[in-house]
Structures are given as structure tokens and as C-alpha cells.
Write a protein that binds this ligand. Structure first.
Ligand code: ATP
Ligand code: MG
Ligand code: FE
Length: 395
């Protein structure tokens, strides 16, 4: 059986056809990132316009790449949240229109769940329960994944997500944002000295701050901005290509130092979460890392080390039991290939497969429904509230 997945939650228009036995038959992707680059963030109205232009072509291309037609599909899966409602609506309407026409069941997909579940398509042995770290433009989450639709949140960001911090820092450093701030900053950081700037690791060992698995990147973002303003004023206005070697080195050193500290925070929180997770679910065998930032090679290497090292400290219960050190068998780090870490249609199609296997599809809209604009969306949708039942309004 075949599932079409449609993704339009942010600035990528994605579609893909995946079979229930886990073969990616065809995919297509269009991105409006280059258009938003000049505005300092995704502009919802612009993104909506680009989805509108791209959606039919992207869906057709995914189908034709797969060599199938819409009438061959067993279900159509679509992201209904979290994301920008203007953008989500475009994908959801397209899905309903196809579903109505071809009498195909619909499946509502949670964008972040799709980021996590795609690891079960690309890697063997990713069985529930597992720990997952989702790092993207809008989210920084540590979750215990119990089963499809069931997640316990161990940590989240108190302010910004790491992807947002990468994007902001890349902008202030005058990098070319047309392929995204994250990849540009990662590339420049490779030329830099990560120890030159001693930014402090967020929320570390403060007496007042409790030992949590939560993240905070706003403070680091500010410290990096202040460093840029004092060391290289006006950097944002001068493209990297136009500066001399000394200034290029300075920018690279800031980029590398930012990345080192940002990822140290990610490692610390994740190591603590490994301890928490194993306490609740001793059978956990892997950490799934996904979302756009998981495409980053330095991040992947750092997290490989984090799972080797294991829990940051003993939990309170272990201290009470008089344990001196943790018994820890390293869990495995699993990351989807980089192109499936950033937004794409494959992950949505796969999340659809996972739900279809559980019988969680919904009937197609009635034949007489011609206006599909009344779709139900969940622009804000906590992972703890997904559950197994779908929530799309069915006519
Ligand atoms: P969300 O998934 O939270 O709704 P989103 O869908 O916009 O947000 P993704 O497409 O999953 O986010 O990821 C995009 C983010 O990932 C951007 O902030 C981007 O800078 C970041 N990113 C992509 N590649 C890299 C990289 N190589 N290094 C660091 N960050 C990266
Ligand atoms: Mg994006
Ligand atoms: Fe995403």
C-alpha cells in the first residue's frame, strides 16, 4: 500500500510517496528559504504565496517520480501542525481535495512527530520506547517516545530553539542565508578557533537553577551579538565575501565559539535526559536526533560522544539507594540522513504509514464538499497531546 505525504508547515513545500513496507518511491521539494533570507525570518504571507505556486507541481512530481497516480494511494497524510496556519492550510486543502476526488482516506500528521518517526524508516532497530532530541527552527525538545502518538516531554526550550540561534548568529555575521543560516554558520565555524571566545554555557550548575532538561538559547544569542557588535561593528551589512582575511578569521572564531557552547548545552541536557529516561524505561536502546539542526556534522559528532558518556549525574533516587556511579550501557545515536532532518515530504508520508498500520486513517471528505478551506489545523500542538486519534475535521 502507498501513502502520499504533504508538508507545508513552514517554508518548504514537500511531497513524497512511501510504501507501507518502507520504500521511498518518489519525492519532491520546493523551498522559499532564499526569499525569506532578505527579511530576517520566514514571512508567513510570502511563504503562503510560494506554497500556493508550488503545491500542485510538487505533488505531481512526487507522484510521477514514484510512477503512480493519485488513484493508487491508500491514504494521504498531511501536516496539520504545529506551524504557520497560513501555510498549513495550503497543504491541508490540497490533501482534502485529492482525498475527495479519489475517495482516499486522510491522515493528520504532527510535524514534530514526523521529524522523529522518520528515523524508523531510515534506520533499523529503532523500536519503542526510545529517547528523542528534536532540534529545529522552532523546537528544542527532549522526549520519551512510548509509541505512535504517545510522548512524555522531558525538556523544552524556555525561549529560543537552537536552529533560531544559528539563523540569528549567521545573519549578524553577514553570511549568505540563501541556503539557510545553519549550514552557512556550520561551514564558517570549520575555519574558526572554538576557544577564542569564552561564552558561558547556558544554565550550567547555578545554585538557583534547578537541574532540568530544559534549554535556553536567548542569553547565548545576546552574548554573541554583543561580541559581534564590539569586535566587528556593522558585520551584518558587509557580506563575508567582501572582508579581509583577518576579519574573516574573527568571524569564523565567533561562529566556532558560538557553536561549541551551544552544542555543549545540547550535550549536557541530553546526557541528563538519558539518565531520566533510563530510570523510567530501562529498555531504551537509542536516542533519535532529528530536525534541521541534526543535519549538522559537528552536532552529530558531539551527540555521538554524549551517548557514549551517558547520564550526566546520578538521579535523586540513585543517590538515595546509595549508588556511587551509574551502570550504563551506551545507547545508540540514530540520525536520519541530513536531507530528511530538515523539512521534507518523506517524513510526513512515513508518519502516515505508521498511523495507517494502526488503522488511524479517517474517511475522505464527502463528494459534495467543494470548498476545502474549512480544514481543522493545529498551529500550536504540544507533543503530549497527539495521542492515537486523529483530529482533522471530517466533513
Ligand atoms: P520546526 O521543525 O520547529 O517547525 P522548521 O520546520 O522551520 O521548524 P526545520 O526545517 O526542521 O525547522 O529545520 C530548519 C532549522 O534547522 C533552521 O533553523 C536551520 O538553520 C537549521 N539547520 C539546518 N541545517 C543546519 C545545519 N547544518 N547546522 C545548524 N542548523 C541547521
Ligand atoms: Mg524550513
Ligand atoms: Fe521542521
Amino acid at each position: 500500500r502507498l501513502v502520499l505525504g504533504i508538508e507545508t508547515s513552514c517554508d518548504e513545500t514537500g511531497a513524497a510517496v512511501v510504501s507501507t513496507d518502507g520504500r521511498v518511491l518518489g519525492e519532491a521539494l520546493a523551498s522559499s528559504a532564499a526569499i525569506h533570507a532578505q527579511w530576517g525570518g520566514v514571512v508567513p504571507a510570502l511563504a503562503k504565496g510560494e506554497h500556493e505556486k508550488a503545491i500542485d507541481g510538487v505533488v505531481d512530481l512526487a507522484l510521477s517520480n514514484a510512477g503512480v497516480s493519485a488513484s493508487d494511494l491508500s491514504a494521504i497524510a498531511v501536516t496539520i501542525g504545529p506551524g504557520l496556519s497560513l501555510c498549513l492550510r495550503l497543504g491541508a486543502m490540497k490533501a482534502r481535495e485529492l482525498a475527495r476526488q479519489h475517495r482516499t482516506p486522510l491522515i493528520s500528521v504532527h510535524h514534530m512527530e514526523a521529524h522523529a518517526l522518520v528515523a524508523r524508516l531510515t534506520n533499523d532497530g529503532v523500536n519503542f520506547p526510545f529517547l528523542t532530541l528534536l532540534v529545529s527552527g522552532g523546537h528544542n525538545l527532549l522526549l520519551l517516545a512510548h509509541s505512535v502518538g504517545h510522548y512524555t516531554q522531558l525538556g523544552t526550550t524556555l525561549d529560543d530553539a537552537l536552529g533560531e540561534a544559528y539563523d540569528k548568529t549567521a545573519r549578524l555575521l553577514g553570511l549568505d542565508l540563501s541556503k539557510g543560516g545553519g549550514p552557512a554558520l556550520e561551514a564558517l565555524a570549520r575555519e574558526g578557533d572554538p576557544q577564542r571566545f569564552k561564552f558561558s554555557v547556558p544554565m550550567r550548575a547555578s545554585k538557583t537553577g534547578s537541574k532540568t532538561c530544559d534549554f535556553s538559547y536567548a542569553g547565548l544569542k545576546t552574548n554573541v551579538r554583543l561580541a559581534i557588535e564590539s569586535e566587528i561593528p556593522g558585520a551584518e551589512q558587509r557580506p563575508l565575501a567582501d572582508v579581509d582575511a583577518t576579519e574573516r578569521q574573527l568571524r569564523a572564531d565567533i561562529a566556532a565559539s558560538f557553536q561549541r557552547v551551544a552544542v555543549a548545552h545540547l550535550e549536557e541536557r541530553t546526557r541528563r535526559a538519558i539518565g531520566w529516561a533510563l530510570e523510567q524505561e530501562p529498555n531504551i536502546k537509542c536516542l533519535v536526533m532529528a530536525g534541521g539542526v541534526a543535519a549538522n556534522k559537528y552536532v552529530r559528532e558531539s551527540l555521538t560522544r554524549a551517548v557514549q558518556e551517558g547520564p550526566l549525574e546520578l538521579t535523586r533516587r540513585e543517590v538515595k539507594l546509595g549508588m556511587k556511579r551509574k551502570e550504563y550501557t551506551p545507547i545508540r545515536l540514530v540520525c536520519p540522513p541530513p536531507r530528511l532532518c530538515t523539512d521534507n515530504g518523506v517524513m510526513v508520508a512515513w508518519a502516515g504509514v505508521e498511523r495507517l498500520r494502526l488503522g488511524l486513517e479517517e474517511p475522505p471528505p464527502p463528494l459534495e464538499e467543494t470548498d476545502h478551506s474549512n480544514v481543522q489545523l493545529r498551529p500550536r500542538w504540544p507533543m503530549g497531546e497527539i495521542h492515537s486519534k486523529s483530529t482533522t475535521g471530517v466533513g
